[in-house]
Design a protein around this ligand. Structure first.
Ligand code: HPA
Length: 284
């Protein structure tokens, strides 16, 4: 099967199937979707009284294989706001196609979410970033060589040629910035380079990413952000820098280090997101 056979033209049928499976469990109409990255699953505690659906209980979704990813869809409330929250995500390095890893985001949109908050664990490319730095994404470099929009388009869902001038919504960014300031949490800003993984980068690659204008690097987020923009969602994203990039750090990188740093700094990110969401305009 070529990728385009299940690309944009295939989404509508898949989403109808997924929507039906969710609707058998919950009638909640989320206003906001949230994706929690590596080691950030504890942020799901923000979601009150959730209906919890493990990925394999949704048609065609594999169990999340990455350690630190619970692999569950939660439907519940943050304060009074109905939300859908993905605790863990799907990655292309698991062997999934670009069209598959964006299904959760498109499903959240289909269920009602029009705003999307993405989080991820990332390596620092900017040498000033210490482990634990939070970085608001101003833009991204899609260096995966993939796109979820490959193949015949479904014009009813989104445009063939999508403008990516402002993937990360300037208004939402200023709200998150204000929330961080109010929480007393330092928040850096920069460009996220999305790579396929699953290897961490070589030191030469990290140097290259710096030359290209990246401040952080990771293995997720860009496919989801593209798909969300395609269907017209407003997107905001925050990286938790769990380690200095290869070669900036003198020590070898490990996933345990990533999870540990995410656990330490996760509550700061949770505080910022909780306040941002509390102060989101309810008509957004
Ligand atoms: N590189 C890519 N992805 C990552 C890293 C990294 O250094 N740290 C956490 N996710």
């Amino acid at each position: 099967m070529t990728e385009h056979e299940t690309g944009p033209e295939g989404f509508a049928a898949r989403l109808a199937e997924l929507e039906a499976a969710v609707r058998a469990r919950s009638t909640l109409i989320p206003r906001l979707g949230m994706v929690l990255g590596s080691g950030l699953g504890d942020l799901a505690a923000l979601v009150r009284d959730p209906v919890v659906i493990p990925f394999p209980e949704l048609p065609g979704w594999p169990a999340a294989s990455a350690p630190g990813h619970a692999g569950r869809l939660l439907l519940g409330h943050i304060d009074d706001l109905p939300v859908a929250c993905l605790q863990g995500r799907l990655h292309m390095y698991e062997g999934l196609g670009a069209h598959q890893v964006v299904e959760p985001v498109l499903l959240m949109h289909r269920l009602g979410a029009r705003t999307l908050v993405l989080t991820n664990a990332a390596g620092g490319v900017d040498p000033s970033f210490e482990a634990g730095t939070l970085m608001l994404l101003t833009d991204h470099l899609n260096l995966t060589g993939r796109t979820p929009l490959l193949g015949p388009n479904d014009d009813a869902m989104g445009p063939r040629f999508l403008d990516l001038t402002a993937v990360y919504d300037p208004e939402l960014r200023s709200r998150v910035r204000a929330a961080a300031e109010a929480e007393g949490v330092p928040l850096a800003e920069g460009v996220y380079a999305g790579l396929l993984g699953p290897t961490y980068e070589t030191p030469a690659e990290v140097r290259m990413l710096g030359v290209l204008g990246a401040h952080a690097v990771g293995m997720s987020t860009v496919m989801e952000a593209i798909a969300a923009r395609w269907v017209g969602m407003r997107v905001v994203a925050v990286s938790l820098v769990t380690n200095k990039g290869a070669g900036i750090s003198a020590t070898p990188l490990t996933h345990d280090e990533v999870l540990e740093a995410a656990n330490v700094a996760g509550p700061r990110l949770a505080a910022v997101l909780a306040r941002s969401i509390r102060e989101l305009p309810r008509d957004a």
